[in-house]
Design a binder for this molecule. Structure first.
Ligand code: IVH
Length: 776
């Protein structure tokens, strides 16, 4: 194949895969395979820049256009729609259409979601995307071609064949809810602007002057119509859309053809019931007479067609007054603000509480008690306060203060700076949360801890609902999860909702839960950030609760999928005296854990000095430096007692790095930490291996002087000498201050004594053999 043919084949494959992924939602290759093809194409295009064309998948993100957006005059105006708010309204619309067509026959209507985004026109000439524009005022819009090209569900070149020479498609650019939530979460964490809703986020993204930014936003395009078209399309709108879909554009997956007014209202009710669970925001249903001929016959009123209309669902955003801000205490003691609102009907339900996330969010919104606020309730998420209407302030609004005492138990509330731990020691400030220090002494935390403790995936204690937990705590029958195991039938009977049998069943269930797998028990403890999966990893890797309790951060970091953040949460939890007491109590009360004494094979795999040095984060010594350094010492102790002279013999170690190493070696705390880590590794059954000289240096013993003394039983002295020389060492006959290592077999005499006197490293035959083995 010529490069040209190769390039064109790759483009075709990539287009097909993108179509299956972004338009049909039904990919046939993995992301990795797609990426590989993409890189192949990029590489070929780099070799043959003359073959790059605008419609290549590699050319989605272009340069920043200079100046603003140019004007685009729509050849066919972009219209809006009339609105309906009830089934009766829909019936009246339908009746008017029948009147206009002078028929009593049932009409065929295409119904589809009214997507909450922005209307966009995209023009294809000879199948190639040439221009995209906003709706603007309907007559004139803005040229946003560079930005629309970055939307993956928009083909740069139409698929298949048979498309009109000029084809203008119209549709909505929108941001799916998941992408919107992720974008805002990232914005909150990095102190950037937060968008009020997906529609604003989509609009803001399309209005970017830099297409690179647009490309980073999760936008989608869904087609719902046409503008100028040079050839005839089918009479049916529904068929036309399906044809357009076959050319590579996305159409709504909810689209349906219905006949008669009842079917229209049924569709509206059905989609309304699904509204919250859709992956994108909709604000209604669009009904269109399916036949183009009928559409032409009916024509337009001032700005909207007589053949189409929009049924509007209840708004997802409403304005109401912020009455008060209460604080709730969660399982981990986090104190979070909750907005108490003047009840308001939003997204189909009456809302009187909304989340305010945290104090940082209150500051960002500048929300004050008495403010008029915008509430958003969309999908399954809890209603949120997204905006303050500052124009409506009259000066009587009061600021919100974080409580100094826990509203539940009265203990102090502390402010905790949130740090994001990345790889290594790098930390990023993430704002702050407020936390009640009352731990299980705080009834709110105790209740939540118990509810989690008995839940199905944790201890799985049947017959103890939230209400019963609340009573147990409120009546002080239980002060810690361990007290569950001391409950009597009589105590349970004193709670509301229990009879003889159910009380006895509960007591039996609690007794039955005493014998439990380690993974479930670890999950039940409710360590922040430790879900079922992580609990399983801990149990499977470390085998016993005792090891999990004692594991150091660096040991935890060796486990699959446990990062710094989680490792810190675990050690923090385990070092807490309250938690230790609860665990001890539970064990004393006879909790039997199914433990295994062995630790996972992965953990058992040997650990080297290089690993340890790498994890020790010595400034000026990176991963390769750590390996290099480790290749010069056999044991940790040897490394810890290294001096400047020894370090200066390590090739490629900069003086800055030597300086840094010497400095940490003098830090008693650091040295103790390394020793403790080594001790834990050995205690947990891991092997220690030396990396000495395994870093591929050709003559690892270059510059070293060795002395052989005594008899070597496994090999002659001359053999040993040859092997040392092969490794680059000089083999001398007598011991002096210049000697690096003495190998002493049985019968060694004065040379050994001298070596010991001078503090020179001495290897016995076994150590020497091991050393030689490691050089292989
Ligand atoms: S058809 C002549 N179909 O609603 C018909 N519009 O109020 C023109 N919209 O500007 C529009 N989903 O931004 C149509 N499935 C859909 C739609 C839809 C959302 C928006 C569009 C338009 C506005 C009209």
């Amino acid at each position: 194949m010529t490069p040209e043919q190769q390039i064109s084949a790759l483009r075709e494959q990539l287009q097909q895969h993108a179509y299956r992924y972004y338009v049909l939602d039904d990919p046939t290759v993995t992301d990795a395979e797609y990426d590989r093809l993409y890189r192949d194409l990029e590489a070929l295009e780099q070799q043959h820049p003359e073959l790059i064309s605008e419609d290549s998948p590699t050319q989605r993100v272009g340069a920043k256009p200079s100046g603003g957006f140019a004007e685009v005059v729509h050849e066919v105006p972009m219209l809006s729609l009339s609105n309906q708010f009830s089934p009766e309204d829909v019936a009246a619309f339908y009746r008017r259409a029948q009147d206009g067509l002078e028929t009593r026959d049932e009409l065929t209507v295409t119904a589809e979601p009214k997507l909450d985004g922005l209307a966009v026109s995209i023009l294809y000439e000879k199948g190639v995307l040439v221009r995209a524009a906003t709706r603007g005022d309907g007559a004139t819009g803005e040229d946003i071609t560079a930005n629309v090209r970055t939307i993956q569900s928009v083909p740069l070149k139409l698929l298949g064949s048979g498309w009109p020479e000029r084809l203008e498609v119209r549709g909505e650019v929108y941001m799916p809810r998941a992408g919107f939530e992720a974008l805002n979460e990232h914005a909150r964490a990095t102190g950037q602007k937060v968008f009020v809703n997906p529609r604003n986020a989509a609009a803001g993204s399309l209005r970017q002057l830099d297409p690179q930014i647009t490309a980073s936003r999760p936008l989608t395009f869904c087609c719902y119509g046409t503008g100028v078209v040079s050839d005839d399309l089918p009479d049916s709108y529904f068929e036309t859309l399906n044809l357009i879909n076959s050319w590579g554009l996305k159409i709504s997956s909810e689209i349906a053809q219905v006949t008669g007014v009842e079917a229209c209202n049924d569709y509206i009710a059905r989609l309304g019931a699904k509204r919250d669970s859709l992956p994108f925001d909709i604000d209604g249903v669009v009904l269109k007479l399916d036949s183009r001929e009928a559409q032409e016959q009916l024509g337009f009123r001032a700005r909207d067609p007589r053949w189409a209309t929009a049924y509007k669902y209840p708004a997802q955003e409403e304005i109401t007054q912020l009455r008060d801000v209460d604080f709730q205490v969660g399982r981990t003691g986090a104190v979070t603000p909750v907005a108490r609102l003047e009840p308001v009907f939003v997204g189909g339900v009456t809302v009187s509480n909304a989340t305010l996330h945290n104090m940082d969010e209150i500051a960002r919104l500048d929300a004050r008690i008495g403010d008029w606020v915008v509430i958003r309730r969309a999908g399954d998420v809890i209603p949120q306060v997204v905006k303050v209407v500052t124009d409506r302030r009259d000066g009587s609004e009061l600021p919100v203060h974080a409580p100094e005492q826990c509203p539940v138990c009265g203990a102090d509330v502390e402010r905790v700076e949130l740090v994001k731990r990345g790889k290594g020691v790098e930390q990023r400030q993430q704002g702050s949360i407020y936390r009640c220090v009352g731990r299980l002494g705080c009834s709110a935390q105790l209740k939540q801890a118990l509810i989690h403790f008995v839940s199905r995936k944790a201890m799985d204690i049947d017959g103890l609902g939230d209400k019963a937990v609340e009573q147990l705590v409120d009546r002080e029958l239980i002060k810690s999860p361990a007290d569950l195991f001391k409950l009597t039938v009589e105590q349970v009977l004193s709670l509301e909702g229990y009879a003889e049998l159910s009380a006895q069943n509960l007591i039996d269930a609690i007794a039955g839960a005493k014998s439990i797998s380690l993974a479930r028990f670890v999950y039940a403890m409710g360590i922040p950030e430790v879900g079922e999966e992580t609990a399983r990893t801990l149990a499977n890797s470390l085998g016993t609760l005792d090891r999990i309790r004692r594991a150091q951060v660096r040991t935890l970091l060796r486990l699959p999928d446990i990062g710094l953040e989680v490792a810190h949460e675990i050690t923090h939890f385990m070092s807490d005296v309250h938690n230790q007491n609860v665990l001890d109590q539970l064990l004393e009360l006879g909790i039997e854990l199914e433990e295994s004494d062995s630790i996972s094979a992965k953990l058992q795999a040997s650990v080297s000095l290089a690993d340890l040095l790498e994890g020790a984060n010595i400034s000026a010594v990176a991963a390769t430096g750590a390996k290099n350094l480790a290749s010069h010492f056999v044991t940790l102790d040897e490394f810890l007692s290294a001096d400047g002279a020894q370090l200066s013999m390590v090739p490629k170690l900069s003086s800055r790095a030597i300086e840094a190493v010497l400095q940490v070696l003098q830090d008693a705390e650091w040295v103790a930490e390394q020793k403790a880590f080594e001790a834990q590794l050995i205690d947990f059954g891991m092997h220690w291996t030396s990396e000495k000289h395994s870093n591929g240096a050709e003559d690892p013993l270059e510059g070293q002087t060795w002395v052989l003394t005594g008899t070597l039983e496994s090999m002659g002295r001359s053999d040993a000498k040859n092997r040392l020389q092969a490794l680059g060492a000089k083999v001398a006959g007598s011991v002096s201050a210049n000697t690096d290592v003495v190998v002493a077999g049985p019968g060694a005499g004065s040379k050994l004594a001298k070596a010991e006197q001078l503090g020179i490293r001495v290897l016995d035959e076994a150590q020497f053999l091991q050393f030689l083995n490691e050089q292989e």
